[in-house]
Write a protein of this length. Structure first.
Length: 202
């Protein structure tokens, strides 16, 4: 497992491949929480939770189940925020203490071009002017907007469309116009594209 620290070590991020036995790492209560998920989804969910438990353990928390609300938001120990993500072969998790970080979202995608014809769905008209076609065809905007959504939803309990979020990669900011809120962003590029969105307590 690779562990990265972000924002002067206030945020811990973990990444690792999904393994065949990860389905068996789920607690019984987590299996119940995932409902009728197929084995592939349980493996992905288990892998992300293994990472999250490892990160929490680094901060002194004992191993514990990470359940989710009816809307699918993971439930973290008191004083913590976090986020889980995966694609087909790799899982990721991020955690932080609420004294420094109020909201946190992570997303991960393979470092590959977007499927065809998704630029206009994902990028706002302003983003289509800001960025060249090479970047628009990649997954950076997609990943960062997904991370913003994951940070945003627990705060506002509102769904977001891609067009609701505007990303400024050079300023490392994601803005949601409907509530006039802004998230700080981090983008990590390797074999995977990892997007992180977070905000500080007011």
């Amino acid at each position: 497992m690779e562990i990265i620290t972000i924002d002067q070590q206030n945020i811990l991020v973990g990444i690792r491949p999904i393994e065949p036995a990860d389905e068996s790492t789920l607690y019984a209560s987590e299996v119940t929480s995932t409902g009728r998920a197929v084995p592939k989804v349980r493996r992905q969910s288990g892998a992300a939770r293994v990472i999250a438990r490892t990160l929490l353990g680094q901060l002194g928390f004992p191993p514990l189940p990470i359940l989710k609300t009816r809307s699918g938001v993971p439930i973290w120990p008191a004083g913590m925020v976090g986020s889980l993500a995966h694609h087909d072969t790799v899982a990721a998790a991020a955690i932080a203490g609420t004294k420094r970080i109020a909201a946190l979202g992570i997303d991960i995608e393979p470092n590959e071009p977007l499927p065809e014809n998704l630029i206009e769905l994902i990028a706002t008209p302003n983003e289509q002017r800001m960025y060249d076609l090479h970047l628009l065809k990649r997954r950076e905007l997609f990943v960062l907007k997904e991370a913003v959504y994951k940070a945003y939803f627990p705060l506002y309990n509102q769904f977001l469309e891609f067009q609701d979020v505007e990303i400024d990669i050079s300023a490392r900011l994601g803005h949601v116009s409907k509530t006039n809120c802004t998230f700080s962003l981090e983008l990590l590029l390797s074999k995977n594209i990892i997007g992180l969105a977070y905000s500080r307590p007011t």
